[in-house]
Design a protein around this ligand. Structure first.
Ligand code: CU
Length: 352
């Protein structure tokens, strides 16, 4: 990669020097006829336009073929399907429009290439044409924007209907911590000023707040399938962004304020591991890892597919590795897991 970048920079520097020499030459006010394109030059450039057209179509098809398999599997949240179809339709429209317009652009550049004695036609305007290429994009874009607005309003409608599970996600350089409201499903008051490392009060919970004593603080996020989760995000230091790619969700974590997002997981971890795309991805990855293991290279342990929470704001040098595992499970499994967790009150009592 570094070699490629260095090579690109060198080529660009060479092109820049060549262009500067050319500008210098042209500024010498010599009227050299060699600088004016002749029919042969125009013809070559015309053909190059067609070659470039084939190149961009070719590279598009190649990219679909080569990188299509790196896309995320189907969404594991209730709102994700709508989000995905909005995205898909936007891409389909952009793709069709770009295929047609690139063809027109390059084909006409080829067709009307310069020729000695050929004169350009002065064509002022055509109302019909202008109406067509104004009205069609207006209708399509207005449709997409309205659909986007409705989808956005729907996704961002955060309310307490349907008894949502309340979970706080706390971001700091460079890790995540999750906090559940406990038996009462209410988060106790917290503030970074109340952080007390000696007592392991790492999230700054208000020890005097009765709601806080049953809160459960964990480093692995467990969610019951089919239940709405209302997330509250806090950050200790800088801007972070809680990114749940598999659930098509993202929200900024801003120091000094609480932000919110809500979604309902609909597929358990066990179920997504049975998804054909996921099985294929795991197989491919583990094949590479097996080769690594055979060569005694690092990162060679077999990989198991998991949902993951990532940070999507470049927040510092270990940003790339700021992540937390998410496990979506049945309600029974979730309850079993929750029973094994210590409450904040218990942790504080053990520190006395
Ligand atoms: Cu971060």
């Amino acid at each position: 990669m570094t070699t490629l970048l260095t090579l690109t920079v060198l080529i660009l520097v060479a092109v820049a020097i060549w262009q500067m020499t050319k500008i210098f030459e042209l500024s010498q006010l010599r009227t050299e006829t060699a600088q004016i394109a002749n029919d042969k030059d125009n013809k070559n450039n015309g053909y190059l336009m067609l070659v470039f057209l084939v190149f961009i179509y070719g590279i598009t098809i190649f990219s679909f073929w080569k990188y299509g398999k790196f896309l995320l599997p189907e969404s594991s949240s209730a709102h994700g399907a709508e989000y995905d179809s909005l995205m898909l339709w936007s891409f389909v429209i952009i793709f069709i429009v770009q295929t047609i317009t690139q063809f027109l652009l390059h084909y006409y550049a080829y067709k009307y290439k310069g020729k000695k004695g050929k004169k350009a036609l002065f064509f002022a305007d055509n109302n019909m044409l202008e109406a067509i290429w104004t009205i069609i994009p207006v209708i399509v874009l207005a449709g997409l924007i309205l659909w986007g607005l409705y989808t956005w309003t729907d996704i961002m409608d955060i309310n307490d209907d349907d008894d949502p599970l309340v979970v706080e996600l706390y971001a700091q350089q460079f890790n995540w911590t999750a906090r559940y409201g406990g038996a009462d499903n209410v988060l106790g008051g917290a503030n970074v000023r109340m952080i007390d490392i000696d007592k392991a009060n790492v999230l700054g919970l208000d020890e005097g707040d009765s709601y806080a004593s049953d809160d459960v603080i964990v480093k692995e996020l467990h969610l019951p399938v089919g239940r709405k989760v209302n997330f509250k995000f806090r950050s200790q230091d800088v801007l972070h962004s809680a990114y749940f790619p598999h659930f098509r969700a993202q929200m900024n974590c801003v120091p000094g304020m609480t932000t919110e997002f809500s979604f309902t997981p609909i597929t358990t971890t066990a179920e997504i591991r049975q998804n054909p795309d996921v099985i294929d991805k795991v197989e491919r990855t583990n094949k590479i890892r097996a080769e690594r293991a055979a060569n005694g290279e690092p990162n060679s342990d077999p990989w198991e597919y998991d949902y993951i929470l990532l940070c999507n704001k470049i927040c510092g040098k270990s940003h790339y590795n700021m992540q937390m595992k998410i496990i979506v499970e049945t309600e029974e499994e979730y309850n079993e897991w929750m029973k094994t967790q210590r409450t904040f009150g218990q942790t504080m009592a053990s520190m006395q």
